[in-house]
Design a protein around this ligand. Structure first.
Ligand code: 5GP
Ligand code: MN
Length: 348
């Protein structure tokens, strides 16, 4: 990987910020908290983790999550920290635009946005396809790996072989990201090395069963009943296309008392119907007048290509997302066109 350049950029930094994408998930929270803790133990620089917006409650227990600054909630306090940074480390995203307004503040600091060359350096640690060119001094991008936490763990192992000199808490954070980005090792996890990496993390005494429960067994009564409603009332099966569609409005969120993060995992469930190849979930955004898309598939169906072509988004082959600025009805029409276009692949 790129250990020497990584270490040299860290040595010359005084004020480091570590960022993740909007709508942080387990991989975003796991990689940023593990990296912040690791850097703080070795370097005198100040280190802040900054998320563009809030993250779900089921990630609050992750070690270090309590120190994460939320940009859109505390803009006045966080902005000076961003503007003071001389090193930005982007974790789990390869494009500045995935940070929304936080990305708008960071861009002009970098040479690509007109900033003085060399004044603010940037490292990208990620596993998404097509990293934005020219933003980072060092790009550590591995789309073939399960998660950003796996990319980071491999880097730390290269720096300190054979076990990476981690703390127990850093091992917990890294395991959390690898587990959540693979649906608890049910997809994107066929490479044998991933199990060697898990074995190293287990050697730090982490309780993987408890981490699983902390993430997945956290339903409120409301959430469980809401899931039932979505599956019983809102699930549409387009049989010929082996595709399922679910939609969620903000009125329904209010009706069921649905909190941020309560829709997590819902899009995966219809894939359990025998023969289903693609599951699409459309939901009204809670903060902006747009519709958020989540796509999940099995085997070779390319969710990321459909998301990029129709939903202004992207992601991975089996898990992608995007957005549509318009009404739910128009978003559904767009979805129909997308499925129609991909029908030959879906019908097989
Ligand atoms: P989710 O459905 O959980 O929101 O997103 C699944 C995956 O799709 C994410 O891990 C991310 O890789 C990708 N993704 C989601 N939304 C977007 C988007 O707006 N743009 C891009 N490029 N990728 C997205
Ligand atoms: Mn990820």
């Amino acid at each position: 990987m790129s250990a020497p350049s990584f270490l040299s950029l860290l040595s010359s930094a005084q004020h480091i910020i570590i960022t993740c994408h909007r709508g942080p998930d387990g991989d975003a929270i796991g990689s940023t908290t593990a990296l912040a803790s690791w850097i703080r133990r070795r370097y005198p620089a100040s280190v802040h983790v900054i998320a563009p917006n809030i993250f779900p409650d089921f990630l609050k227990w992750v070690p270090g999550a309590e120190d994460i600054l939320i940009y859109d909630k505390h803009e006045a306090e966080v902005r000076p920290i961003v503007e003071q940074a001389d090193l930005v480390i982007m974790c789990d995203h390869g494009e500045l635009r995935r940070m929304w307004t936080l990305g708008d503040v960071i861009r002009p600091l970098l040479p690509v946005g007109g900033g003085q060359p060399g004044a603010v350096r940037c490292i990208m640690i990620d596993h998404h396809l097509d990293p934005e060119p020219d933003i980072a001094d060092l790009v550590i991008s591995h789309p073939e790996l399960s998660s950003t936490c796996e990319v980071l763990l491999r880097l730390l192992l290269e720096i300190d072989p054979p076990r990476g000199s981690l703390t127990h808490n850093e091992a917990v954070s890294l395991y959390t990201g690898m587990m959540t980005d693979t649906g608890a090792f049910t997809y994107a996890s066929n490479r044998p090395e991933i199990y060697q990496l898990i074995s190293i993390l287990l050697s730090y005494g982490i309780d993987k069963d408890k981490i699983y429960r902390n993430i997945f067994f956290t339903y409120s009564q409301n959430r469980m009943k809401f899931m039932g409603y979505m599956l019983y009332v809102k699930l549409n099966v387009w049989k010929k296309a082996h595709t399922t569609i679910m939609t969620l409005t903000n009125a329904e969120r209010r009706r069921f008392g649905i909190l941020n993060g309560d829709t997590e995992g819902l899009v995966n469930m219809p894939l359990q119907i025998l023969g289903t190849k693609l599951s699409i979930f459309l939901r009204e955004d809670t903060e902006n007048p747009c519709i958020r898309f989540s796509l999940r598939s099995v085997d070779d169906f390319p969710c990321n290509e459909m998301a990029a072509e129709f939903f202004n988004g992207g992601g991975h082959k089996n898990a992608a997302g995007g957005e549509f600025w318009g009404s739910m009805d128009d978003a559904l029409e767009l979805t129909k066109r997308a499925v129609q276009k991909y029908l030959p692949l879906l019908k097989e």
